[in-house]
Write a protein that binds this ligand. Structure first.
Ligand SMILES: Nc1ncnc2c1ncn2[C@@H]1O[C@H](COP(=O)(O)OP(=O)(O)OP(=O)(O)O)[C@@H](O)[C@H]1O
Ligand SMILES: [Mg+2]
Length: 237
């Protein structure tokens, strides 16, 4: 069971602090959506979990194991996948080559066994198998990035604004894909999203961060129905 949790987390970049004493909990096999204003610390919280920024104090656990202070490749080995908003695929490589790269740590047999499933997860991608990733649309790129992550059979997936820049239709597809990742593989999902209302629609749990501090943590309905929080932090009316 892979929950992600942080206790008393203080984190930032070098000497600068961005996250102040945050307690965070993403229950296993659920989708936890992190929302909040620009610069509030959403990406930094995600990066802290994956070892990509400085943790000044506090604890971070994935599946019960302390990961604070570990480098990203060790955290990846703990079963955590991190999908950044951009630069998440190798543009010059084909779709198939991207998947081969993603599976470099697997044995040849494992790769051969998992490849069809990784490609088949998104039928739309299959058509582009031998085409370069540079010709994929934003949504297709997200699908490829997700397939690459799934090849490693992660227990936890961290998404940073996977729908940014996509049309409402494609954004909806990406969120559907994330829901199916939870349902089909029982993956624990932490999802940072700009569009609060849409993302909270698929959330099991909501977390609002502003000014590097936790403002709300609880059921998505509780956040959507709170007029003050919605208006002050999320532009909801
Ligand atoms: N690499 C970095 N070095 C120094 N400061 C940074 C770095 N990245 C972000 N920050 C600062 O940390 C604060 C929080 O940024 P963060 O990227 O976590 O916000 P965010 O909630 O993800 O915002 P957005 O919605 O715009 O993506 C900001 O004040 C930002 O300037
Ligand atoms: Mg961000």
């Amino acid at each position: 069971m892979s929950s992600v949790s942080a206790r008393g987390l203080e984190a930032g970049y070098g000497a600068s602090r961005v996250i102040f004493g945050v307690d965070f909990e993403a229950p296993p096999r659920q989708i936890t959506v992190i929302v909040g204003p620009n610069g509030g610390g959403k990406s930094t919280l995600l990066k802290a979990v994956f070892g990509l920024c400085t943790v000044h104090s506090g604890s971070i656990t994935c599946g019960g194991r302390e990961v604070a202070g570990m480098p990203p490749h060790r955290i990846a080995r703990e079963g955590v996948a991190y999908l950044p908003q951009t630069d998440n695929v190798f543009s010059a490589l084909t779709v198939r080559e991207n998947l081969v790269m993603a599976g470099y740590a697997l044995s040849k047999a494992e790769r051969a066994e998992r490849m069809p499933g990784a490609l088949g997860a998104f039928p739309e991608l299959q058509r582009y198998e031998s085409g370069r990733a540079s010709v994929l649309s934003g949504g297709q790129r997200q699908m490829l990035a997700m397939s690459m992550a799934l090849l490693r059979r992660p227990a936890v997936m961290l998404f940073d604004e996977p729908t940014a820049g996509l049309s409402p239709k494609l954004a909806g597809q990406v969120l559907d894909n994330i829901t199916s990742v939870r349902d089909r593989f029982g993956i624990t999902v932490v999802l940072v999203e700009q569009n609060a209302r849409r993302a909270l629609g698929i959330a099991d749990r909501a977390f609002l961060i502003a000014g590097g501090r936790r403002v709300f943590d609880g059921p998505p309905d509780g956040l959507l129905s709170n007029p003050d929080l919605g208006r002050m932090y999320l532009g909801l009316t």
